[in-house]
Design a binder for this molecule. Structure first.
Ligand code: VLZ
Length: 135
C-alpha cells in the first residue's frame, strides 16, 4: 500500500501555477489573488471514499470520489467547467484524469520525503506543488 495521503497539508512551494491557470482559462483578477495564496490540502478517506479539500482564505474547492470510478466533476470556483474524471493508483501515485474541454488535463499526488507532492497539468502546462504535513 502507498503511504497515506490523508491529513492536513500546508503549501511550501508552488511552481507555474500561473501557466496552469492560464491554460485553464482563469481570468487575470482571479489569477492575481490565487498566486498570493498559501493553499492547504485536506485529504480524508472513509472506507473507499476520498475527499480532497483545497482550502484558502479566498476560495475553497472540495470534491469526493471513489478510486477507479468515473465521476462528474464541476470545477466550481476554479475554471467552472464539467469534466468526466477518474482517479486511479499508479504505483504510489494517486492519478486523476479530467476529461472535458481542455486537453491533457489531470493531476497526480504522491508522498516523497514525508511531503505531499502534487502535479497539476493542462494542455502542456504543469504546476508543481509541495506541501508539508501539519496534522
Ligand atoms: O487540486 O485542483 O488536489 O482537484 C487554482 C487555484 C488551482 C485558484 C488550484 C485559487 C487547483 C482557489 C488545485 C483555491 C481553491 C486542484 C486537485 C488535487 C484537486
Amino acid at each position: 500500500m502507498p503511504a497515506s495521503l490523508c491529513g492536513t497539508w500546508e503549501m511550501l512551494s508552488n511552481i507555474n501555477l500561473e501557466g496552469y491557470m492560464i491554460a485553464l482559462g482563469i481570468g487575470l483578477s482571479t489569477r492575481k489573488i490565487a498566486l498570493k495564496l498559501k493553499q492547504r490540502k485536506v485529504i480524508e478517506q472513509v472506507s473507499d471514499k476520498y475527499v480532497i479539500k483545497t482550502l484558502s482564505t479566498f476560495r475553497n474547492y472540495v470534491f469526493s470520489f471513489r478510486v477507479d470510478e468515473e465521476f462528474d466533476e464541476f470545477t466550481k470556483g476554479l475554471d467552472e467547467t464539467h469534466c468526466k474524471s477518474v482517479v486511479t493508483w499508479e504505483g504510489n501515485r494517486m492519478v486523476c484524469i479530467q476529461k472535458g474541454e481542455k486537453k491533457n488535463r489531470g493531476w497526480a499526488h504522491w508522498i516523497e520525503d514525508d511531503k505531499l507532492h502534487l502535479e497539476l497539468y493542462c494542455e502542456g502546462q504543469t504546476c508543481k506543488q509541495v506541501f508539508k504535513r501539519v496534522a
